[in-house]
Design a binder for this molecule. Structure first.
Ligand SMILES: CC(C)(COP(=O)(O)OP(=O)(O)OC[C@H]1O[C@@H](n2cnc3c(N)ncnc32)[C@H](O)[C@@H]1OP(=O)(O)O)[C@@H](O)C(=O)NCCC(=O)NCCS
Length: 210
């Protein structure tokens, strides 16, 4: 199945999600690629990574852009030729992009128990409202927190940001689909609104700077 979902979040913000079921060849056949992108693709070893990368170009095309409009800064952060912001994510058989006039970040993560082992590395104050006894909810909430921190990191893209020490995600419930978060870094506090939703056994998170 190609385009899985489109969310018209507001008049100038769109989220597009792809469920990757196509082969590498099928995807390659459908996308326009500039030489720089083709070279990057040639260097990728994993078939899943290649398909994720190409499916992002499919999403770009769905949104009315092509790979020719997509560029990367020296840190790997993507930007568009026009004034809109873009953020990109891919994980296993899903990929997603967010395009907006606002500063935005996006992340999609598979929900898995493995996150329990690394929680200490990216969670700090959030432990106050998490309940490890409710295992399924705990894993899902950790995945939201991880995704929120990745999405905010993608927005700010500054060297030295620690998920654990510098980004805080406010208490939230899985039913609400929305919370607040803040980045405390370099004597500055930046606030974000974070949205999350489940897609099959994945968690999609996107953040907008307030
Ligand atoms: C760069 C990073 C944000 C990518 O996230 P990821 O979950 O590994 O992978 P995703 O698929 O969600 O995102 C990859 C996309 O992010 C984008 N990206 C890469 N570097 C980026 C940056 N510095 N800023 C913003 N976006 C970036 C790219 O578009 C990339 O996909 P593409 O190159 O195919 O276009 C992540 O690897 C990272 O460095 N995180 C911060 C490090 C950290 O503190 N980690 C954990 C601490 S416990």
């Amino acid at each position: 199945m190609p385009l899985h979902q489109t969310i018209q979040f507001n008049p100038t913000t769109q989220i597009l999600i792809w469920k990757i079921t196509e082969s590498f060849e099928e995807l390659l056949d459908k996308v326009v690629l500039k030489e720089k992108t083709q070279l990057r693709l040639n260097g990728m070893k994993s078939d899943l990574h290649k398909r994720g990368f190409l499916s992002v170009r499919m999403l770009m095309q769905e949104a009315g852009f092509t790979d020719l409009d997509l560029h990367y800064d020296q840190f790997g952060k993507p930007y568009l030729s026009c004034h809109n912001h873009i953020s990109i994510t891919h994980s296993h058989n899903f990929s997603a992009i967010i395009i907006s006039e606002e500063t935005v970040g996006i992340d999609i993560e598979l929900q898995r128990e493995k996150i329990l082992r690394i929680a200490d590395k990216f969670v700090d104050k959030e432990f106050d409202y998490l309940n490890p006894d409710l295992l399924e909810e705990y894993i899902k909430k950790l995945t939201v927190i991880w995704g929120a921190k990745e999405a905010i990191f993608k927005i700010r893209n500054e060297k030295g940001i620690s998920f654990k020490d510098h980004i805080r995600v406010n208490p939230f419930s899985l039913e609400e689909s929305k919370t607040l978060a803040s980045l405390h870094f370099d004597d500055l506090i930046k606030d974000f609104v974070v949205y999350y939703e489940e897609i099959e056994n994945f968690t999609l998170v996107y953040a907008l700077e307030k």
